[in-house]
Design a protein around this ligand. Structure first.
Ligand SMILES: CC(C)(COP(=O)(O)OP(=O)(O)OC[C@H]1O[C@@H](n2cnc3c(N)ncnc32)[C@H](O)[C@@H]1O)[C@@H](O)C(=O)NCCC(=O)NCCS
Ligand SMILES: Nc1ncnc2c1ncn2[C@@H]1O[C@H](COP(=O)(O)OP(=O)(O)OP(=O)(O)O)[C@@H](O)[C@H]1O
Length: 198
């Protein structure tokens, strides 16, 4: 099994790139999706979050993501506490999904992880694609997409390694600062390079 990392920063265009990869036939696992699955009602993950962060589980038994997000993005220590609960669960679920894909006969998998480099997971990958945009474009797209003000967007950007630093760890840099039509051929080239492994 050949496993490649896909990362970027918040609102840099990872989802856009992962959609293009899927259109090309790639099987993509998304850490944000896994991170939602491990905190569904009834999971040990949600129980531990409810204990550590009182008040973030709503009356419907579901995680109040807006409330928890406002809390952890404002405080690095609280964020680390949440990561310590969620990340091991995500890791275990990822390995489970990978095994299922392997059993299906899939040979090349892309793992889309916003914190791939921050968590050191990039070193376990056969190659790493970083979706890069200039910081100002990233902030503007984040504010527009999520309806955040400049300070809220800045807090989320500060919670991650700068894209200019992530580039240094990239096997492939995908420049998403132009129009999507400019991004697509870069994604095609990266997928061809991934398939050339093995
Ligand atoms: C705090 C939570 C509840 C906020 O949920 P919300 O629906 O608003 O955001 P969502 O999960 O879609 O994440 C949006 C983006 O925020 C960034 N982000 C999320 N968690 C973190 C984190 N712990 N540290 C830094 N950036 C983060 C990522 O770029 C992510 O793509 C949620 O992000 C969460 O549970 N985070 C902890 C798990 C985690 O680290 N996820 C990231 C990949 S494993
Ligand atoms: N090339 C582009 N030109 C203009 N807008 C873009 C481009 N690529 C993405 N966007 C827009 O920027 C925003 C962020 O893109 P996207 O959701 O793909 O990022 P992401 O990295 O997956 O973000 P997150 O990690 O926060 O989920 C979206 O609103 C998207 O429509």
């Amino acid at each position: 099994m050949h496993v490649f990392g896909l990362t970027g920063g918040i609102a840099s265009g990872k989802s856009t790139v992962s959609r293009m990869l899927r259109e090309l036939g790639a099987r993509v696992l998304d850490a944000d999706v896994l991170a939602r699955e491990v905190v569904e009602p009834g999971t040990p993950g949600l129980t531990r979050i409810a204990e550590r962060f009182p008040g973030v589980v709503g009356p419907d038994g579901r995680l109040d993501r807006v409330k928890l997000g406002a809390h952890i993005f404002a405080d690095p220590a609280e964020r680390a506490a949440l990561n310590a609960i969620v990340h091991p669960e995500v890791r275990a679920l990822f390995l489970q999904k990978l095994q299922a894909l392997e059993a299906e006969g899939v040979t090349h998998v892309v793992y889309d992880v916003p914190l791939l480099i921050e968590t050191g997971l990039h070193s376990a990958m056969e190659g790493v694609a970083v979706v890069w945009v200039p910081r100002e474009a990233q902030k503007a797209r984040l504010m527009a997409r999520d309806g955040l003000d400049a300070a809220q967007a800045e807090a989320r950007l500060q919670a991650q390694m700068a894209l200019d630093d992530k580039r240094a760890h990239a096997t492939w840099v995908i420049d998403n600062s132009g129009a999507p039509e400019d991004t697509r051929p870069q994604v095609e080239a990266v997928w061809r390079a991934m398939l050339a492994h093995g």
